[in-house]
Design a binder for this molecule. Sequence first.
Ligand code: PLP
Length: 358
Amino acid sequence: MSSPSHGSNPRYVYEWLQLPMPEHVIDFSVNVNPLGPPSVLKEQWGDWFDAVADYPDPQARELTRRIACMDSVTDDQVLLGNGGAELIQLIGGLLREKRVLLIQPTFSEYEQACRAHGCEVDHYILEEGTWSLNVEHMIAKLPNVDAVFLCHPNNPTGITYEESTLIPLVEACEQHDCLLIIDEAFYDFQDDAWTAASMLYTHPHLIILRSLTKMYAIAGLRLGYVLAAPEIISTLKNQQPHWSVNAIAQLAGKACLQADRHVTRTRDLVQRERAVLLDHIEAEGYLVSNSKVNFFVLRDPALDDQLPLLRYLLEKGIVPRHTLNYTGLNGRWLRFSVRLPADNALLLEALIAWKKTT
Ligand SMILES: Cc1ncc(COP(=O)(O)O)c(C=O)c1O
């Protein structure tokens, strides 16, 4: 069995490494909100049952309008999808047989979707450890590509870039007729995060991807959206299966977008926990990424391949995300989500214990 290509579903990791799965495991490989979904979902769940029998609104009009208002764009600049994953596939279709540049290490679905649609894929690999973005170098590559994917904040490192770094990139892509896809699936885990959404009107080569499955912990329900120029939205829509966003996801999406307190509580918790956890982990001699969101990558500098540490943690019931399918990391790091305080304390304890064995 090959290594699982995504986090979540710990059973696959134990099967891959042929390890017995402990009765109780803590899944640090999935990077959704550690507080779970907003309570309004549970409260209203029963009321939504009637929606099961009918076809959903194929245009998801109400939710689309709400998102358009929230992001100050027009309705025809929004396309909802069955999770960001579906929209990435649709974007792959839009880029069929084009030349695509991926800023690595990053979410592996971009490459998968682009290759499935016959794109020529090139990688721009950032320096390991800092993952800083030299925009001038990037811009120099634009004459040779039709599209660039940037994950911001980046999965798996959690790194973000300054507005002063990103604005010149958006502008240069526009000048070079190059589509720039910025995946903002995790942008709402930061306070006052910069988003490229305000540049959409003046930069029709910009495509922004968002997911509701992370902040609102509705990964099982599936919901995401794209913001882009109306022409791009209409091309993507033509490729999308009818009724792609189910009726419960539409109702839940509207409820989630009103759960402001849940978002604030989540940000406070994640920021506090991440700061404490990363300080302690670094003090134990590990290298960590300078993450601004709800996950980070870590490496024991004494090991090149982190497989022995991965196995050790799995035996203790702690499930990290391997990085074998992240170009530019290739197993030299492990990704962990920031969870509730008790779980984070167990992770730290296990990492301290590992250092004592080596
Ligand atoms: C960066 C990034 N974008 C998009 C997605 C897709 O999310 P979903 O399909 O759950 O909305 C993920 C999922 O892990 C992700 O990490």
